[in-house]
Design a protein around this ligand. Structure first.
Ligand code: OGA
Ligand code: NI
Length: 390
C-alpha cells in the first residue's frame, strides 16, 4: 500500500481526469492495452477515491463459505425437496449460491472461457471493430463505458452479447473466434435456467412453472469479462460493488477468484469450484418475491495474477412490448402487503442509471422505507445492465 499516499497526493493540479478518460477510450484497446504496453503503475483514473480505500481497511472480511447446491439426483422426489429447501435458505440468507452437478458439460464451460479469452487476446485491431458504447448494438466490446458518471475506472474489459436491443441474437453477430462456444454455452444456460426457475418457484411455495410463466428469462445479456493481471490490485477494483438489475444471473468464472458477495455486512469470497457455476438472485426477483429472496451486493477485486475470465448471464425479463412486473400476487396478503410498486424493465434500468448515488434500484420502487439493515449502494458503477440496457 506504500504507493497509495503518493498516488493520491498526485490527484491534484495538472491532473485532468476527463482528458485521461478520453485518451484511454480513444485507444480502443481497453485495460489489456495498458498491460500489454508494460505499465507498472496503474493510471490515476483507476485509483479508487481516498474514502473508499480507507473504508476498505476497516471493512470486515467473512470466512463463511457461500452455499453449495448439488443438483445431482434432482429427478428423485425426496432429493428434489431437499434441494428446494437448500435453495430457499441460500436465496433468503445470501442471495448467492454455487451450483455443482448442474448438467452443463465441463467441455462447454471450458470452451466458453477459452473462447472469451481468445476474443480478448486477439489482435487489438480486430477487436476495435467491436469497440462501442452504443447500446443499440447486440454485440460490442468496451472498457469502462460509463466512467464519466462513475469517475473511477475499473480493471477489466468486457464483451457484451445482448438480446435486448432486437429481441434475439443472430449467430453471425457473435465474433467468429468465440461464436460456436458461446452459442453452445448459451444454449445450456437457458436450459439450466428453466431448471433453476422451477426450483426457485417451488422454494417460494409456487407451482414449478410460475416464474417461467412470467417470461423472466425472455431477455438475456451475456457479459463476458476479461480482468488482466493488475500491478497494484489494492488500489482499484475489477467491478465496483453493485446489485444486478435483472431477475437472475448465472456466473461462470475460471479458477483465479476475486468475486466477493456481501453477507452480514462483510465481504465473503465466492471461491471458484472447478466446473461449478454461481447463481445470483438479482433485484427483480427480490421484488417479485416481495423481499423473501435478497439481491446481494457483490463486486470483483483486482488481482496480481491474471487474466481472470468470467461470464455473467443475466435473465432480464421482457423489454418489449412493455410488460409490468411486481410482487407475485400469491405471495401477498393483508399480513404481507406488497413492498414494491410494479415496474417496467426498461423504466427500472433508465431510472437506475440516473439515480442518486446513495439509492439502490430497489429503493426507487419500494413502497415502504427500507429496514435499517438494508445495505445501500455506495457511489458505485451499478454496472452491467447499465452497460447493456441504455
Ligand atoms: C457482473 C458481475 C462478476 C464477475 O458482471 O455483474 O457481478 O465475477 N460479475 O465477473
Ligand atoms: Ni453483478
Amino acid at each position: 500500500m506504500s504507493g497509495t499516499a503518493d498516488s493520491q497526493a498526485d490527484l491534484t493540479m495538472d491532473y485532468d481526469p476527463l482528458k485521461e478518460i478520453k485518451a484511454f477510450d480513444d485507444t480502443k484497446a481497453g485495460v489489456k492495452g495498458l498491460v500489454d504496453a508494460g505499465i507498472v503503475e496503474i493510471p490515476k483514473i483507476f485509483i479508487r477515491p481516498p474514502h473508499e480505500l480507507a473504508e476498505e481497511l476497516t471493512q470486515g472480511k467473512s470466512t463463511l463459505q457461500v452455499p453449495v447446491i448439488d443438483l445431482s439426483g434432482i429427478e428423485i422426489q425426496d432429493r428434489r425437496k431437499k434441494i428446494v429447501d437448500e435453495i430457499r435458505e441460500a436465496s433468503e440468507k445470501w442471495g448467492f449460491f454455487r451450483l455443482i452437478n448442474h448438467g452443463v458439460p465441463p467441455s462447454v464451460l471450458e470452451g466458453m472461457i477459452d473462447g472469451i479469452r481468445d476474443f480478448h487476446e486477439q489482435d487489438a485491431e480486430v477487436k476495435k471493430e467491436y469497440y462501442s458504447c452504443d447500446v443499440g448494438r447486440n454485440v460490442r466490446y468496451h472498457s469502462n463505458p460509463h466512467i464519466n458518471q462513475t469517475k473511477t475506472a475499473k480493471w477489466r474489459d468486457t464483451l457484451n452479447i445482448s438480446t435486448l436491443a432486437s429481441g434475439h441474437i443472430e449467430p453471425e453477430e457473435i465474433p467468429a473466434i468465440c461464436r460456436k462456444t458461446s452459442l453452445e454455452y448459451i444454449n445450456h444456460v437457458m436450459k439450466l435456467g428453466e431448471i433453476i426457475l422451477g426450483l426457485l418457484s417451488e422454494a417460494l411455495g409456487l407451482k414449478p412453472d410460475h416464474l417461467k410463466a412470467t417470461e423472466c428469462d425472455k431477455g438475456q445479456v451475456f457479459v463476458c469479462h476479461y480482468y488482466p493481471a493488475c500491478p497494484q490490485p489494492e488500489l482499484t477494483l475489477g467491478v465496483a460493488k453493485h446489485k444486478d438489475p435483472a431477475f437472475l444471473a448465472f456466473l461462470l468464472q475460471d479458477q483465479i477468484g476475486g468475486l466477493q458477495v456481501m453477507h452480514n455486512n462483510q465481504w465473503a469470497n465466492v471461491e471458484p469450484i472447478e466446473h461449478g457455476l454461481v447463481v445470483s438472485i438479482a433485484d427483480f426477483l427480490q421484488i417479485l418475491s416481495n423481499d423473501k429472496f435478497v439481491s446481494a451486493e457483490h463486486r470483483v477485486v483486482a488481482n496480481k495474477i491474471g487474466p481472470r475470465i468470467s461470464v455473467a448471464s443475466f435473465f432480464t425479463g421482457v423489454f418489449e412490448p412493455p410488460k409490468m412486473y411486481g410482487p407475485i400476487k400469491e405471495l401477498i396478503s393483508e399480513e404481507n402487503p406488497p413492498l414494491y410498486k410494479e415496474f417496467l424493465v426498461s423504466d427500472y434500468i433508465t431510472k437506475l442509471s440516473s439515480k442518486p448515488p446513495d439509492k439502490s434500484g430497489l429503493d426507487l420502487f419500494r413502497l415502504v422505507s427500507p429496514s435499517s439493515s438494508e445495505h445501500l449502494y455506495g457511489p458505485s458503477e451499478n454496472t452491467i445492465i447499465m452497460c447493456t440496457g441504455q
